[in-house]
Design a protein around this ligand. Structure first.
Ligand code: BTX
Length: 322
């Protein structure tokens, strides 16, 4: 907006000096309270600002972008991320990816956005994706597998994200099917969507949302007790481009392993990170609620639960409570 431009101009002109609230109010032709609101907006967009009483404000650091160059430089993959579709702000990267699939985008194409204003979770839920804080990405794959095997790709992706998080010194755990937890709180969500005929997949669009640099107060109240970010757990800000590169690197390696050797090696890796296995859990789906012990996952990535009576249930889609 024009106000935003005027404000950034004022900060640019002042260099390292503070700009007083009154001066900003004059430049923007608004009240001191409105100035404060504009400052808060800048903060939300990733600017790091210093505010000092009686002196005013100054910008210490502009937001860190993860543009095409930042992603390319240092990327160690053959296919994944070689074709990058980058946007500053989108509704959902999944939507853009499905359009690109129809236009014939090659396997390995990624869609990445700095912000999603309508980020999607499973079952019509939403995914909070504030600007410059996380990795909001969709990866297009075109595996030659039957549609019912697609859930395996969610599990492959979970392992890739876990491995990338471990490289950042963190200790993530997987909660079936698609949550990655740090210290018991959700740090990543994965959403796998298909374009398929009856017996063959056209494309799989894997949506990955990784909370990287959010602070506790960046989350809306209803998420504060259940969500966390890598930087909250690491105690320092992290390099989003590098984490993204690591995710793509591990995802490519695991995907090739999967195409070559099948799901078994992935299953073992996945189970080694899963916190649900062997525990008493509750699985809630739209149609039923099952209590029992999680035995593991099947070849297809379906969760197996044994209830009190010894009966085994195959869980295809549900929310799990420990
Ligand atoms: P999910 O249905 O398992 O999780 C959604 C639920 O998680 C929400 O209802 C809310 O309670 C909680 N939640 C929302 N936002 C966050 C967040 N940032 N951190 C932690 N918890 C949150 C998970 O669905 C799948 C999410 C995939 C997101 C990616 S981002 C790139 C791609 N584009 C897109 O629109 N979605 C995917």
């Amino acid at each position: 907006s024009e106000l935003r431009m005027k404000m950034l101009d004022a900060f640019t002109k002042s260099g390292d000096e503070f700009v007083s609230g009154q001066h900003l109010a004059d430049v923007l032709n608004c009240s001191r309270t409105a100035v404060w609101k504009h400052i808060e907006e800048l903060r939300k967009e990733g600017f790091i600002l210093e505010a000092v009483k009686r002196k005013g404000y100054r910008i210490i650091k502009a937001p860190e972008h993860i543009g095409v160059d930042e992603i390319r430089f240092g990327l160690q993959t053959d296919k994944l991320g070689k074709n990058i579709h980058y946007e500053e702000s989108v509704g959902s990267t999944q939507k853009i990816a499905s359009r690109l699939v129809l236009e014939g985008a090659p396997e390995g194409t990624i869609v990445i956005a700095e912000e999603q204003v309508a980020g999607r979770g499973r079952m019509d839920r939403s995914w909070h994706s504030p600007k410059y804080t996380g990795i909001w990405m969709s990866v297009i794959l075109r595996p030659n597998i039957p549609p019912q095997k697609a859930p395996q790709l969610t599990l492959i992706t979970a392992v890739a994200v876990v491995q990338a998080m471990e490289e950042a010194g963190l200790h993530p755990a997987i909660k079936w099917p698609n949550d990655i937890l740090l210290n018991g709180k959700k740090a990543t969500g994965i959403l796998t969507e298909l374009q398929a005929d009856a017996d063959r997949i056209q494309a799989v669009i894997i949506g990955i949302g990784i909370n990287v640099n959010q602070k506790h107060e960046d989350y809306p109240e209803e998420l504060q007790s259940i969500a966390t970010s890598m930087s909250i757990e690491a105690g320092k800000p992290l390099d989003r481009a590098q984490i993204l590169q690591h995710v793509l690197y591990h995802l490519e390696k695991l995907y090739l392993l999967y195409l070559d050797k099948g799901f078994q090696p992935i299953k073992l890796l996945w189970e080694s990170y899963a916190i649900t296995i062997g525990k008493k859990i509750t699985a809630r789906s739209i149609s039923e609620t099952i209590h029992g012990k999680a035995l593991g996952i099947t070849e297809d990535g379906v969760l197996l639960i044994e209830d009190e009576s010894g009966k085994q249930h195959h869980i295809y889609s549900a929310d799990i409570e420990l």
